[in-house]
Design a protein around this ligand. Structure first.
Ligand code: BV8
Length: 237
């Protein structure tokens, strides 16, 4: 597809865009859900049953993230956002399933974290939401209400409502170009976004290492490592 001069763009990223920054993906060989059981670590029931193990799981991933750097794919998306918004070519929405902060550190100004953020926790007692890099445990007191035992990762677990869905579905309903980058198309509702975009008449593009579970829905598909594929494909704008 030739790059459009104008129009509304929605981009959905998944763990694959951060793979070359050293953060694990979930379902690739050796992925996170191969090593860890998501039913014991990424559901509200798991947290209620064993908050210590769940906090330890996210503390370890937070440490990995603090040692990671954004890559050329993150930076290429930031450049597209700058161009699209700077020249008022249309709406631009970056939605990520990732809980890392590499899009922001790579220069993206606005990122919708539909599955939450690893560098944030919130208090179940007072609702306080705060950023932190240090480890948190079931005994850590809330910095606002000072009560201990109520802190949880600001992460959307399986069975929980993803964040920002109203904004996302509104953008999908009016988008001209939908690009999915580094996602296996396994987790809903994110995996259903391509169908929403198609229904709105958008051109849909999959950029990943290999075909995902909803690949056949895409108008255009390119495969390869994101740090090469994304700057190359976005270079046409
Ligand atoms: C919801 C945060 C209702 C946590 C995550 C039974 C009970 C309850 C729910 C369900 C159920 N059955 C089905 C569901 C729905 C469920 C779901 O979809 N389950 C799946 C497993 C079937 N979804 C939910 O529960 C969601 N909530 O349904 O609420 C609702 C429904 C509709 C509307 C409103 C409300 C909540 C899901 C969120 C769960 N939280 N993460 C954490 O991170 O610890 S999900 C987890 O999977 C991550 O967020 C991850 O981002 C996401 C998707 O995975 P991917 O990003 O795609 O990563 P993956 O490893 O799978 O793929 C990597 C891809 O990268 C591959 O394609 C690979 O080829 C590519 N790649 C690899 N290397 C590279 C690369 N590409 C380019 N370059 C490379 N170098």
């Amino acid at each position: 597809m030739a790059a459009p001069e104008r129009g509304n763009i929605v981009i959905l990223t998944g763990a694959g865009i951060s793979a070359e920054s050293g953060l694990g993906t979930f379902r690739d060989k050796g992925g996170i859900w191969e090593k860890f059981d998501w039913q014991k670590l990424a559901t509200p029931e798991a947290f209620a049953a064993d908050p210590h193990s769940v906090h330890a799981f996210y503390n370890a991933r937070r440490d990995n993230l603090l040692a990671a750097e954004p890559n050329d794919a993150h930076r290429a998306l930031a450049a597209l956002e700058m161009l699209w918004r700077g020249e008022e070519r249309g709406d631009y929405l970056l939605v990520t399933q990732n809980i890392d902060d590499l899009h922001a550190r790579g220069g993206s100004m606005e990122v919708l974290h539909m599955h939450g953020e690893l560098l944030k926790s919130r208090c179940n007692f007072c609702g306080h939401l705060f950023e932190h890099e240090h480890a948190v445990s079931a005994r850590t007191p809330c910095p606002a209400c000072n009560k201990a035992g109520g802190l949880r990762p600001h992460v959307v677990w399986f069975g929980e409502m993803p964040l920002g869905l109203d904004t996302i579905y509104e953008a999908l309903g009016g988008c001209d170009l939908f690009i999915a980058i580094g996602t296996s198309g396994t987790v809903y509702p994110a995996a259903g976004f391509v169908a929403e975009a198609k229904a709105a008449g958008a051109w849909t593009v999959e950029l990943s290492l290999e075909p995902g579970e909803v690949s056949t829905l895409f108008d255009e598909r390119h495969y390869g490592p994101a740090t090469k594929l994304v700057p190359d494909w976005l270079g046409r704008f």
